[in-house]
Design a protein around this ligand. Structure first.
Ligand code: GPU
Length: 829
């Protein structure tokens, strides 16, 4: 009847007049609703895992509201966006992080307790999202958290791994790799976007016919797979902004290989199409080493191509000319892994948008930025030309063309210095002709970043010296950082509360500069008491975990000494183990009176070895063999224990780091680009025992040498030491502990032989022998400091207080201003 017909919008408002509510009853209703209708269990009977799922879906609903608002806001404001391309994101768990960032942790905890559940217990049900290997991958995750929190209009892109990083299982002290079926039980944190898909093409030929110089060429690909978007909302803290991490999953495409359908071979056609999914099934588990595998290249191109199509589609929705592209788009290459994006954008602009080479090139040079995470030339990706030419023939041509013009230009600038031209060329001639992806990335990016000051120095004086001399203005560095939301607020709630109490504010969670305020209380006896209590709580948590895992009981009075990170020769876990053997040997030879003075230690080591990295695997075995001996020696008791924590990942780190008294960062100087683990320990009031390498150099400036235990050769001393070869003097103590391993004191004599050979007789590339004495001295200094608990506690407080500079908020702020040229775009509440 008249006047009663409502508009669609009115009707919608009538039905949904606002956002989901966060009072206890609403939250409980939502959780039960998801138990019944999403998880499909009876609300009268569901277990912890099902409760977690229902809870996660209730949180997801709230994330989606903010995510929608943020995307709408960005769309309306159309700011310049940062597109963060990374082959690895180590997100870990999402539940606790999400409820904290949404500001509804306590509400959920209360609501759950009335239903008979504990938030912390349910949070343990979640598996880790391990779409990455180590530091590089976790850095991407920390930076996403900071980008969201600081209201930057950012999108992260990667491919969606079906299996994350392998699960490390230890049997008889040996590492075994098991598949991580992390998606088998569903993933409430992702949103499948069946309508956001793009075809990604491979193989085929490029027709010779040149449309004309301006219009580009025609690539006739032979295979197509479909990229389907899976969106992962990343909530900021203290803001409504919730940004997107878009992951692409490979699905069979209709356009793929039509002939096999037509020949009637239906079953084979289906099986072959199904193979498309392999592209996004697995994560390569070897960090820092490049293998030239076709599948890896496919993964890189797959996610890059889908992302570039997505970015260009979004741009074209709002703009009519590509000349505006650099004002709206910053494309970040997180290491060289996504650097095919350069050739892909060029291909789209030239071949599909017909902009002409020069116009396209100008655009390229103004949108790309690049960060490199390595210090070693061997770590740089080189893609064999044959491989690239067969998989992506047009991209290879484009790279050749870019290189041709570059080398011509270079000859004009530097003359015919053929050695230098060869070093700088994107195409490397040699036994295997290949594309030097770092050179391509440097050439095409307007900014090239290192990840610490020392790293940057090594880049400009060694690795990329030639490029630096040509374009000094391109080179910058942004010292890495980690997010205090994950590494204090989520992982160490007691410390979080204590910090807020003493600072009188929670502002440090959003603005880390406040943390420095702890310094003025560093000598306060009352704070000392509370600080020690917090450490104790975290040590108890860790000790319980160790006992549950290995049956080993450890003493809470002992110093918890932790080294957790990927196993690498340069990170020198072996130095740590040899130091432990030395300690054991000393204690064994002490009389009663001296033993009383020994500071008891629980040495904790954890980390994964790349499956094909034999030496790293031997180091893991050695750790177990030594632990077996020490832990079963009743003569030693609580004076020394050694524990290997298996399957170290983000959630294990959240447990281990807050419980550590001291942590070790032992890389041979000049080998760790930055190191970010140390920053997490630092935030948690853990003292550092470290070489003067990577970001430690800057940490020293904040914390002061007196509050850390430093040792070892400095960056500039390393090469001279190496040159000495067999003439290099090593201390007797070193030879003695190596001999114990060689002689089979810990068993497995033959198996460990190569480990010993690697570090003796002039073979000791990572200088374990050369650094051994000063390492032991630093350890002795740590023991001495631990005896004076008040002094130790003060050092611990000063560590946390000085950790502010190592927040990823600072890093991201620097990137935004100096590299990406982006502004915050805050969604109204
Ligand atoms: N890093 Br290259 C990785 O974790 N994986 C890699 O493949 C490469 C570097 C690390 C660096 O080793 C570490 O020093 C740095 O802190 C981290 O990247 C983040 O920049």
């Amino acid at each position: 009847s008249f006047g009663e017909k409502k508009s669609k919008v009115e009707r919608i408002f009538e039905l949904m007049d606002g956002f989901l509510k966060n009072d206890p009853t609403s939250l409980q209703n939502d959780i039960l609703h998801h138990v019944e209708y999403t998880v499909a269990r009876s609300r009268f009977s569901f277990d912890d895992f099902e409760a977690y799922q229902a809870l996660a879906h209730s949180v997801r609903d709230r994330l989606i509201e903010r995510w929608h608002d943020t995307q709408m806001h960005f769309k309306r404001k159309d700011p310049k966006r940062i597109y963060f391309l990374s082959l690895e994101f180590l997100m870990g768990r999402s539940l606790s992080n999400s409820v904290i960032n949404l500001g509804i942790r306590d509400q959920f905890a209360d609501a759950l307790s009335q239903l008979g559940f504990e938030l912390e217990v349910l949070a343990e049900q979640e598996g880790d999202a391990a779409l990455g290997n180590g530091g590089l991958a976790r850095l991407s995750a920390c930076q996403m958290d900071s980008l969201a929190t600081l209201d930057y209009p950012a999108v992260g892109y990667d491919y969606a791994n079906q299996y994350g990083l392998f699960r490390q299982v230890i049997l008889d002290g040996f590492q075994h790799e098991h598949l991580d079926f992390w998606l088998n039980f569903g993933n409430p944190w992702e949103i499948e976007r069946v309508h956001v898909t793009y075809p990604v093409k491979f193989y085929g030929t490029v027709t010779d016919e040149l449309l004309n110089e301006e219009n580009g060429k025609v690539w006739v690909p032979k295979r197509t797979v479909e990229a389907v978007a899976y969106d992962n909302p990343i909530p900021g803290y203290g803001t409504r902004n919730t940004i997107n991490l878009r992951l692409w999953a490979a699905k069979p495409s209709d356009q793929h290989n039509m002939e096999s359908y037509n020949t009637g071979d239906y079953i084979n056609a289906v099986v072959e199409r199904q193979r498309a999914e392999n592209i996004s099934s697995i994560l390569y588990p070897d960090d820092r080493s490049y293998q030239g595998k076709e599948l890896r290249l496919k993964q890189q191109y797959f996610f890059v191509s889908a992302s570039v199509q997505d970015i260009i589609r979004r741009f074209k929705d709002a703009h009519s000319t590509f000349d505006d592209f650099p004002e709206k788009v910053a494309l970040h290459l997180n290491d060289t892994h996504p650097s095919l994006a350069i050739a892909e954008v060029m291909r789209v602009l030239v071949d599909e948008e017909h902009l002409g080479w020069n116009r396209a090139w100008n655009i390229i040079c103004n949108v790309f930025t690049f960060t490199t995470h390595t210090v070693s030339p061997e770590g740089l990706e080189k893609i064999p030309v044959d491989l690239l030419g067969s998989l992506l023939p047009r991209h290879l041509q484009i790279i050749y063309d870019i290189n041709f013009k570059f080398v011509e230009e270079l000859k004009k600038r530097i003359g015919l210095d053929y050695n230098r031209l060869a070093r700088m060329s994107i195409v490397e001639e040699g036994a295997v002709k290949s594309i030097q992806m770092a050179n391509l990335s440097i050439l095409c990016s307007h900014t090239v970043n290192g990840v610490s000051r020392v790293h940057s120095k090594l880049l400009t004086t060694k690795l990329f010296k030639d490029f630096y001399e040509l374009w000094p203005e391109k080179f910058q560095y942004k010292t890495n950082g980690v997010t205090q939301r994950r590494w204090i607020v989520v992982s160490n709630p007691s410390l979080c509360a204590l910090i807020s109490k003493w600072l009188g504010t929670e502002d440090w969670i959003r603005d880390i500069d406040h943390l420095i305020g702890l310094r003025e209380h560093a000598a306060n006896g009352e704070l000392h008491q509370e600080w020690k209590m917090v450490k104790k709580v975290n040590k108890i948590r860790l000790a319980e975990y160790i006992e549950a895992m290995s049956g080993l009981k450890v003493s809470l009075d002992a110093m918890f000494d932790v080294q957790t990170k990927r196993i690498h020769e340069y990170k020198r876990q072996l130095l740590n183990i040899l130091g432990i053997i030395h300690r054991y040997d000393c204690i064994k030879n002490m009389d009663k009176n001296d033993r009383i003075k020994v500071v008891p230690r629980v040495c904790i080591i954890g980390g994964k070895a790349a499956p094909g990295y034999e030496t790293a695997k031997k180091i893991i075995k050695l750790c177990h063999a030594v632990a077996e001996k020490i832990n079963n020696d009743s003569d030693i008791g609580d004076l020394l224990k050694l524990v290997f924590i298996p399957d170290y990942n983000v959630s294990v780190a959240e447990l281990v780091i807050p419980g550590a008294d001291i942590s070790q960062h032992l890389s041979t100087a000049g080998h760790e680009a930055s190191g970010t683990g140390s920053m997490k320990f630092l935030m948690n009031g853990c003292l550092l025992l470290a070489t003067v390498d990577g970001s430690t150099v800057e940490i020293i400036e904040e914390i002061g040498e007196d509050n850390m235990f430093l040792f070892g050769a400095k960056v500039h001393e390393v090469s001279a030491l190496r040159e000495k070869g067999p003439a290099l003097k090593v201390p007797l103590q070193f030879s003695r502990v190596v001999r114990m391993v060689r002689d089979g004191y810990f068993g497995f004599k033959d198996y460990f032989k190569s480990l010993c050979d690697n570090i003796e007789g002039g073979q000791d590339y990572y200088l374990l022998g050369a650094d051994f004495t000063s390492y032991l001295e630093a350890q002795a200094a740590a023991d001495k400091a631990y005896v004076d608990q008040e002094r130790w506690t003060e050092m611990s407080i000063l560590s946390t207080a000085g950790s502010g500079r190592f927040s990823s908020d600072r890093t991201v702020e620097e990137y935004a201003q100096k590299t990406w040229g982006i502004q915050p775009c805050r969604c109204p509440f």
